[in-house]
Design a protein around this ligand. Sequence first.
Ligand code: HEM
Length: 63
Amino acid sequence: MAPPFSEIAKRDSEEIKNVILNGSKGQWKGFERMTMPAYRGKITDSEIQTLIGWMQHGIKDSK
Ligand code: HEM
């Protein structure tokens, strides 16, 4: 899976949520030919919040 969570963590959490829900393409240099799949309908809001927490603070702090 790419790009790495360490780079994603620098992004705004609303933006992260949008990308997870809607997917994205062509924003990351080096990954222009890959598409991030949309997860709308496959993931709950609370699951998204958990993922964002991991990305921004690491797994240990999300407990
Ligand atoms: C639950 C699983 C996943 C999460 C939480 C996730 C999260 C993210 C986030 C937050 C971004 C945006 C980064 C940014 O713009 O700052 C991103 C981008 C991306 N992800 Fe994922 N991702 C997941 C699964 C996947 C999978 C399965 C693939 C490939 C099959 C993938 C491929 C990509 C690609 C190619 C981009 C860059 C899209 C672009 O250039 O606009 N991701 N991902």
